[in-house]
Write a protein that binds this ligand. Structure first.
Ligand SMILES: Nc1ncnc2c1ncn2[C@@H]1O[C@H](COP(=O)(O)OP(=O)(O)O)[C@@H](O)[C@H]1O
Ligand SMILES: [Mg+2]
Length: 326
């Protein structure tokens, strides 16, 4: 079986500068392979090259070098194109149409049979949570609602492979939760989802595997649980009603103790102090465990570290030619 998405040495130089033509390498020899049925997170900070990659895959722009396949066909092949859906970053739609009119229009373009059209449009609008607002003009919609219209649009042709560029951006926490469960639902139907994000938590809630890009280059790839960079370094416990004697007993176990308020403390514990053992001990003193969280590097820490580590590396080395920016 071929992978759902295959990316080989994909490279994109943007021409920059007016008088003196130069190139800016936004993507540098990216290679990835994504299996059918995977939810794959494509992570990276702003400017990493995520949108560029998605636009290349959608053939909205063309690569300087390298190639890609979708469902075993070179991108652009009509059989592949028919089976993909795409949510652009910051989708923009004609303001004076209603959500229903817009989707009906797209359904016509996609040759969705007339008989099925109404039902499909209504079903999708309900599914993305804007069924009640279907007759509102899009100019009345918030960013989050437009994002939902965009997702419905990407699903109109019932695609096997979905490309979502920052699907959670502009959404409030409820909206994020809805989009996350929608993505999981799509996965359960056997579809492949490739989504970009700059937020690690989105990937943790959704993905088996991720790729991290920074400065146009692949910085890490694999299962989140296996990427050493993202595994826990310890535990953070917030405890209330902790008696002074109990605190003194716990202090040697902790790497750091911070008093938040009377009897309320944050205890930072090393990975070796299994919380399963410590929590009963704390509870037996009459104290309450308010919360427990793994302490780990955030995606932001990871980027900062990688980028500074690479120094001129990530940005500099990719500048084989010259760069006008940065
Ligand atoms: N049309 C363009 N011309 C020149 N540079 C561009 C163009 N589009 C994007 N870039 C640059 O390429 C880099 C990658 O951009 P992008 O793919 O949009 O990143 P991301 O989606 O990860 O935030 C950025 O530094 C951006 O400024
Ligand atoms: Mg982007």
């Amino acid at each position: 079986m071929f992978p759902a998405i295959l990316i080989e040495d994909l490279t994109k130089d943007y021409p920059v500068g007016f008088w003196r033509r130069r190139h800016y390498r936004a993507l540098d020899r990216l290679s990835l392979s994504i299996e059918a049925g995977e939810v794959f997170g494509f992570l990276g900070p702003n400017g990493a090259g995520k949108t560029t990659t998605l636009k290349l895959l959608m053939q909205l722009i063309f690569p300087t070098s390298g190639r890609a396949e979708i469902l075993g066909r070179p991108i652009g092949h009509v059989d592949a194109r028919r089976r993909i859906g795409y949510l652009p970053e910051n989708p923009y739609f004609y303001d004076y149409l209603t959500a229903e009119e817009l989707l009906t229009y797209f359904a016509q373009l996609l040759d969705v049979p007339t008989a099925a059209r109404r039902k499909r449009v209504a079903g999708l609008l309900d599914r993305v949570g804007i069924g009640r607002e279907r007759r509102f003009q899009l100019r009345k919609f918030s960013k989050g609602m437009i994002q939902r219209v965009g997702i419905a649009q990407a699903l109109l042709n019932e695609p096997d492979v979905l490309f979502l560029d920052e699907p959670m951006s502009g959404l409030d926490p409820l909206g994020r939760r809805d989009v996350r469960s929608l993505i999981l639902e799509l996965r359960d139907q056997g579809r492949t989802v490739f989504f970009s994000s700059h937020i690690l938590a989105d990937a943790e809630a959704l993905c088996g595997r991720v790729a991290v890009v920074a400065g146009g280059r692949l910085a890490a790839e694999g299962r989140l649980s296996e990427l050493a960079e993202f595994t826990a370094r310890g535990w953070e416990l917030v405890v209330a009603n902790l008696a002074p004697e109990a605190l003194e007993r716990l202090r040697p176990l902790a790497t750091r103790v911070t008093e938040i308020g009377t009897g309320r403390y944050t205890l930072e514990l090393p990975l070796t102090q299994a919380p399963e053992r410590i929590i009963p001990e704390i509870a037996s003193t009459g104290a309450t465990v308010v919360s427990m969280n793994p302490v780990r590097e955030t995606l932001e820490d990871f980027f900062i570290q990688r980028i500074t580590e690479a120094g001129t590396g990530a940005r500099g080395a990719m500048a084989e030619g010259e760069h006008a920016r940065r």
